[in-house]
Design a binder for this molecule. Structure first.
Ligand code: 26Q
Length: 758
């Protein structure tokens, strides 16, 4: 039963022991946290049959207060209670620190999946680590990225300490992994659990000078940070420590829970399904085999049990992101696993003579993805194109050996956070036009198509977008003291900074526009170009790209001729909270990775759902977005993945030829080291980036440059010249976003891989 406004007021005042109007925001936040905990507890139901464990090094859950209130049906009455007491929901939200327990897409996907599992009433818990600091806090100083720890834990946080500890052996020493539990509420659904492991001995005081710390003191640092810098050996070893703590404690938890429900271990697959989120948790395979062997199960049978229980998701085809650990590291950190991994390698070699499919290669490196594919029953990619590329090129040998294991599960996003929570104005308008069914059945968004020619609806969509732009502009002013116009097209590229995602292509466009405007070739409409991106602390070129963008932003701002038409803003510390402000305000969503490199993308889906049009390459899920909306409602440009793959095979790409052969390209690239930039920015960073673009350009920015400029110009013209036509395209994008709900994705995982009980 939903609670009434009066009941909520009483609960909160009993908790705070005073009238709400006299409470601080902090007191109200804590009272709400308590209330949510109680409510969600009541929705925990016993599990019958198979239960899922989604094991992942990242869960980028974002702030939880509003999300939980929405899912529990308490948001509106709580808002009313607060308003009656003269309080604002947004002020209470501010009190909560964001748990940034993920880097980007992979971690956010895990969080969306937990939301959908609970919403679909499926028993599915997360297993991960309770990092004390999530992804670093980013600030810009002197035009460069600065990194600081980002604390989120406090005495009262969502993750509750339990009395459960599991022993985990690391480098011959036994550590105690303590279990923390965080309630995951479903929208009008059940409550599941996110299980996070930690050590009691972690010492936050060893952090110094930003995010530096002694990487050898394992008992003090193991769960201190999400993915410590792995540019040096100590960092890479620490990753193995983290991974093993997670999988060993996780495996013990899974076995214990299953046995408590009647499992006899031989039938583990009837009680548990384990989804391995990328290769970071892959050691769960040998660990489970080892634990089963300790209980007397023979190796061969243990391999079968584990294969039937586990499934693996691949999120990347970038070779450098596929984990291959020097055997020596594993010998040192997890010697108890090595005999198992060796036996698995022998078994794999008996199945295929192809050296490329081995687990331990001739250089004594352990290929985690290979172990996953051999010893799980399912390998999936995260978008149709990505899965095809895995089958046809990257993992072709494996596909020939195990065609039945390969399948696609196109990613999705939870509409609760990425529509209902972040865009209440659009949500309310949708409710008015098509009812509330879309919240549980995302395909109902298609009902919106009936209004494609309804002037009032289109006008209202325009008004909502404008209000969301104003809200973003206000927030930027409050948080960064940056002023942006709301009478402009908002163009946004927000995602991790990586060369393959090609923020540098956008950078070259901005320079090109600068020259065009100076030459009197004015654009069709003013544009605010907004970036949000963190660069890995040791990724030098990525940091140079940030520096170049910050510098271009200053050069343009200082030039009144240009800044009337073009403004460049870099949002500091891009995280889930910032995304929730930026996405609803966007007109044009930049999804411009080099075709074949972005496994899926999920930001692309969030922007689409909030009525932005995509400017993108035929990469990842952009391909499926394009199929959904049709070519008139998306701006596609650039090389196709086939062309890119052939070019890589032929190894005949020469950036210098493109640079020398095209005056527009040369002009834009050389601007990086011209006086305007050098006067404002740092010579070292700008020269290094300039050199990189001409001599390497691994992700083929230059061949796509002209097509990008033309297509973006067209988008700008459409926006300016035919606003009604533009808004219709936006409407089609919202209406066709249904297939990108993570509810759809999770239903497919369940039907085709997990077969969970209820
Ligand atoms: C590996 C080895 C050593 C150190 C770090 C890593 C590492 C860390 C994080 C490798 C990969 C990641 C994260 C990958 C990621 O976020 N991938 C994204 O996953 C999304 C969800 O499927 C996709 O939409 C994106 O396309 C993909 O880039």
């Amino acid at each position: 039963m939903n609670k009434t406004v009066e009941q909520i007021k009483e609960i909160l005042e009993t908790e705070t022991k005073k009238a709400l109007s006299t409470c601080t925001d902090q007191e109200i936040y804590l009272a709400l946290l308590k209330m949510v905990e109680k409510e969600s507890e009541a929705r925990k139901t016993p599990v019958k049959g198979r239960k899922l464990y989604y094991i992942s090094a990242e869960f980028l859950i974002g702030k939880l207060l509003s999300n939980n209130l929405i899912n529990l049906g308490l948001y509106d009455p709580v808002k009313a209670v607060l308003e009656a007491a003269g309080k604002k929901m947004s002020d209470i939200e501010e009190v909560e620190p964001e748990p940034s327990l993920g880097n980007g897409g992979l971690g956010r996907l895990a969080a969306c999946f937990l939301d959908s599992l609970a919403t679909l009433n499926l028993p599915g818990d997360g297993v991960g680590l309770r990092y004390h600091y999530g992804l670093f806090h980013q600030s810009f100083q002197g035009g460069v990225q600065n990194e600081l720890p980002d604390p989120w834990l406090s005495e009262h946080s969502w993750a509750e300490k339990t009395d459960t500890v599991y022993p985990v052996e690391l480098a011959g020493r036994t550590y105690q992994a303590r279990l923390y539990k965080l309630a995951v509420t479903g929208y009008e659904g059940r409550t599941n659990t996110l299980n996070l492991f930690d050590l009691d001995t972690i010492d936050e005081t060893i952090v110094h000078d930003g995010i530096l710390f002694d990487k050898t003191k394992i008992d003090k640092n193991l769960t201190l940070f999400l993915y410590p810098d792995d540019s040096d050996e100590a960092g890479r070893r620490l990753r193995i420590y983290q991974q093993y703590l997670m999988v060993s404690a996780g495996a013990q938890l899974i076995l214990e829970e299953s046995v408590a429900r009647g499992c006899k271990l031989h039938d583990l697959a009837d009680y548990a399904a384990i989804q391995i989120n990328d290769t970071h948790p892959s050691m769960v395979i040998p660990e489970l085999i080892r634990l089963l062997a300790k209980k007397g199960i023979k190796f061969k049978e243990a391999v079968k049990i584990v294969t039937d229980t586990c499934a693996y998701t691949n999120h990347t085809i970038l070779a450098e992101a596929l984990e291959k650990w020097p055997r020596e590291y594993l010998d040192d950190v997890v010697p108890q696993l090595m005999p198992v991994i060796e036996e698995l390698d022998q078994l794999a070699r008996s199945r295929s003579k192809d050296e490329k499919l081995a687990i331990i290669d001739k250089d004594d490196r352990v290929h985690m993805a290979h172990m996953d594919i051999h010893f799980t029953h399912s390998t999936n990619g995260v978008a149709a194109l990505h899965t095809e590329i895995l089958k046809e090129s990257e993992l072709h040998g494996f596909y020939e050996l195990y065609p039945e294991k390969f399948n696609n599960k196109t990613n999705g996003i939870t509409f609760r956070r990425w529509l209902m929570e972040c865009d209440p104005l659009l949500t309310e308008a949708l409710e008015k036009w098509i009812g509330t069914g879309f919240k549980k059945d995302s395909n109902e968004l298609e009902k919106l198509l009936a209004y494609e020619n309804d002037e009032k609806v289109l006008e209202e969509l325009t008004r909502i977008k404008k209000e969301n732009k104003q809200a973003l502009a206000d927030w930027l002013w409050e948080t960064q003291k940056v002023k942006i116009s709301t009478d402009a097209l908002y163009d946004i590229q927000s995602k991790r900074l990586h060369e393959y995602k090609r923020q540098q292509l956008n950078l070259l466009y901005l320079i090109h526009q600068y020259y065009e405007i100076k030459a009197g070739h004015l654009p069709a409409a003013p544009m605010v170009s907004i970036f949000g991106a963190k660069a890995a602390p040791a990724y030098i070129i990525a940091k140079d790209i940030i520096h170049a963008l910050l510098t271009v932003s200053k050069v343009i701002a200082a030039d009144p001729e240009v800044s009337r038409w073009l403004q460049v803003v870099f949002v500091e510390n891009y995280n889930v909270t910032a995304a929730e402000k930026m996405i609803p305000a966007c007109d044009l969503s930049e999804q411009i990775s080099l075709a074949s490199k972005e496994a899926s993308g999920t930001g692309n889906m969030k922007f689409m759902l909030n009525g932005a049009l995509t400017l993108g390459t035929m990469d990842g899920a952009n391909v499926e977005i394009s199929e959904q909306v049709g070519s008139d409602n998306i701006y596609i440009f650039g090389q196709t993945s086939d062309q890119v793959i052939h070019r890589y095979e032929a190894a005949d790409y020469c950036a210098k030829q493109w640079y020398e052969g095209d005056p527009n390209i040369r002009r834009a690239v050389d601007f990086l080291i011209g006086d305007e930039m050098m006067n404002v920015g740092q010579k070292e960073n700008l020269t290094r980036l300039h050199h990189e673009l001409i001599s390497k350009d691994w992700f083929q920015t230059l061949p796509d440059f002209n097509a990008y400029v033309v297509r973006k110009g067209q988008a700008l013209a459409d926006y300016a010249v035919n606003p009604v036509g533009w808004r219709k395209k936006c409407l089609v994008n919202i209406a066709k976003a249904g297939m990108f709900s993570s509810d759809r994705t999770i239903a497919q995982y369940n039907e085709e891989i997990w077969h969970l009980g209820k």
